[in-house]
Design a protein around this ligand. Structure first.
Ligand SMILES: C[S@@+](CC[C@H](N)C(=O)[O-])C[C@H]1O[C@@H](n2cnc3c(N)ncnc32)[C@H](O)[C@@H]1O
Length: 344
């Protein structure tokens, strides 16, 4: 037996981790968690309904039983555990869409992770010849799947934002708002609110929002965002970009906002400790896919300041963090930019 047996076993598990991840993807894509929604099923029957090879399915499930996602009962029956139930599409807080987002092209980009390590640049661009959002624009089916998966995660991510007191707000501009999942929820829960959905034209063109209460604007947030809102939302946008690009977006928002406006950023915050934390992994995912990054609270504060905002509140939800920004008054120029600390 090797010395440090536990560590040795854990290291082997980590080295082979993508096999577990891809096994989760294959089994979920075949619909197995949904097929077990009503209770246990026998392996042969499950394989038939999932379109899987029966022997292969049992071997895949053996790995995922050990991961605590399924249980195996007598006579080869399988059931979901409480954790595995998050793989069902219809479950509140479902992680089904996260499974999709980690597979396909993003997974292939990870095959070139060494490129990102050496250069600090996204492996995605190296493999596919262009940045991910440009690639998506040229691939409508994958773009639609990406938008659907993002929308599917909105409910969990948006909880701290949706639960805010919206009584004083009038017009919410969702910058990079995808196809409108967040605005639909916000407008439904707050009848006095109006919305503006802003995203790239090919995404905004697919928006599904109530036309009488929500304008849809296609454009590029590096060259301007719609004026006229009193609340601006940037949800899962800034982590897609490095500091230089993120600052450009923040400055465009600052320029469009009235002085009393509020900026609501829904993101992740990397804890400053040595413990395992999903946001540390997500940070690498942003690098490999987009050249973006997750940030610590201190990094967020500095980015906000350089972009012209004071970070006034940090509210932790179960899956995301809400960062609230107010324009920093003194020194604000006509273009909305600060004359202090804007740096790069
Ligand atoms: C990670 S998704 C977040 C979507 C949504 N806010 C959410 O929380 O699910 C990033 C969004 O930014 C949009 N986007 C990327 N580049 C953009 C640009 N230059 N101008 C406007 N929107 C852009 C994408 O189309 C996509 O909808």
């Amino acid at each position: 037996m090797p010395e440090h047996e536990d560590g040795y076993r854990e290291l082997r598990h980590a080295i082979m981790g993508y096999i577990v991840s891809q096994a989760i993807f294959a089994v979920t894509e075949a619909g197995v968690p949904d097929l077990l929604a009503d209770g246990p099923a026998e392996a042969g029957d499950l394989a038939e309904r999932a379109g899987a090879d029966a022997d292969a399915l049992v071997r895949f499930l053996r790995v995922l039983v050990a991961e605590g996602l399924f249980t195996e009962g007598p006579r080869g029956t399988f059931a979901l555990t409480a954790t595995g139930a998050y793989l069902r599409a219809d479950r509140p807080g479902s992680l089904r869409h996260l499974v999709t987002l980690m597979a396909g092209e993003p997974y292939r980009a990870w095959g070139l992770a060494g490129h990102s390590l050496r250069t600090g640049e996204p492996a995605f661009d190296e493999l596919f010849g262009q940045p991910m959002f440009a690639w998506l624009r040229a691939h409508p089916a994958e773009s639609a799947a990406f938008d659907t998966a993002q929308a599917g995660l909105v409910t969990v991510r948006m909880q701290p934002l949706v639960e805010r007191d919206w009584r004083d707000a009038r017009t919410v501009v969702d910058v990079g708002g995808g196809t409108g999942e967040l605005l639909r929820t916000l407008l439904a829960g707050n009848p006095h609110l109006r919305g503006v959905l802003f995203d790239l034209p090919h995404v905004a063109g697919e928006a599904d929002v109530p036309a009488e209460r929500c304008a849809v604007v296609g454009g590029d947030f590096f060259t301007g965002v719609p004026a006229g809102g009193d609340v601006y939302v940037l949800a899962q946008i800034l982590h897609d970009w490095d500091d230089h690009a993120a600052l450009r977006i923040l400055r465009e928002v600052a320029a469009a906002m009235p002085p009393h406006g509020t900026l609501l950023v829904v993101e992740q915050v990397i804890p400053e400790d040595d413990a395992r934390h999903p946001e540390k992994i997500l940070d690498l995912h942003m690098l490999v896919l987009l050249g973006g990054r997750e940030r610590t609270a201190g990094e967020w504060r500095r980015l906000f300041a350089a972009g012209g905002f004071a970070l006034t509140e940090i509210e932790h939800g179960t899956r995301s963090v809400l960062l609230v920004g107010k324009l920093r008054g003194p020194g604000r120029t006509m273009s909305g930019q600060q004359d202090n600390g804007a740096g790069n």
